[in-house]
Design a protein around this ligand. Structure first.
Ligand code: PEP
Length: 254
């Protein structure tokens, strides 16, 4: 019912040449049939969005940014607006990634403003939520995730549900090699789905909820077969075309 979505978050990696060779490698690994079965996104650093955009034009691979500022234009040195991202061909934009929350002080209020601004520019936000290790150990997973989801969606109008993606990324699993078991992830995904039902109603069934945190070709199968896991936000394993394409193939049942 919900088409799987696999998005690669390149973070602050690659240079001009290696960004181009990565995206070309991904295109070589994707058959048209796979492109029909799975939605595919890549999120390069801002500066490489234009060159990657030119290579993927007309292909099943869609462009995502890793962040955005909520204002349309003005004196905001160093920032990038939703309209600039749209201009470059972005379909998606990651917001509230735990690295931005931890290193750059991003709050739920900021995430909420970014979500609203992206939806207004017809860009699908990929809203990242997830607990830290100590919060899990204190038994506060649902409390933390609920605050982040409700904060991100505060007075946001969602019409079809397809214009929103949530990524559950437990902070203890990001870049650590410690993947959440499919059962642990499903428990939180199903909780997020119930929160979405409370907030936006029945269209919650159409919202894709991705899992993120050390996803690799050898662990995606168990995750994707869970009823509320609709794909993955992939960091490390998206930096090589081979592993990224393998994840996409498994998600597409091929
Ligand atoms: C991420 O940062 O979004 C992520 C999931 O990273 P990794 O796959 O490397 O854990």
């Amino acid at each position: 019912m919900r088409r799987p979505f696999i998005c690669g978050n390149w973070k602050m990696n690659k240079d001009r040449e290696s960004a181009l060779s990565l995206v070309r490698g991904i295109l070589l690994g994707i058959t048209p049939e796979l492109g029909e079965r799975v939605d595919i996104g890549v999120a390069p650093p801002f500066v490489y969005l234009p060159i990657v955009s030119a290579v993927i034009e007309g292909t099943p691979v869609k462009l995502s940014a890793q962040d955005v500022f909520w204002e349309k234009e003005g004196a905001f040195t160093g920032e990038v607006s939703p309209y600039m991202l749209k201009d470059l061909g972005c379909t998606y934009c990651i917001v509230g990634h735990s690295e931005r929350r931890i290193y750059f002080g991003e709050t739920d209020e900021h995430v909420n403003k970014k979500v609203k601004a992206l939806l207004e520019a017809c860009i699908t936000p990929i809203v990242c939520v997830g607990e830290k290790l100590e919060e899990r150990e204190e038994g506060r997973v649902f409390e933390v995730v609920s605050q982040q989801v409700k904060g991100a969606l505060n007075s946001v109008e969602i019409s079809s549900g397809e214009e929103l993606v949530i990524a559950y990324e437990p902070v203890w699993a990001i870049g650590t090699g410690k993947v959440a078991t499919p059962e642990i992830a499903q428990e939180v995904h199903s909780y997020i789905r119930s929160l979405l039902k409370e907030t936006i109603g029945d269209v919650a069934e159409k919202v894709r909820i991705l899992y993120g945190g050390s996803v690799k070709p050898d662990n995606i199968a168990g995750l994707i077969e869970q009823p509320d896991i609709d794909g993955a936000l992939v960091g490390g394993a998206s930096l090589k075309a081979e592993s990224f394409c393998e994840i996409i193939k498994v998600a597409g049942g091929m």
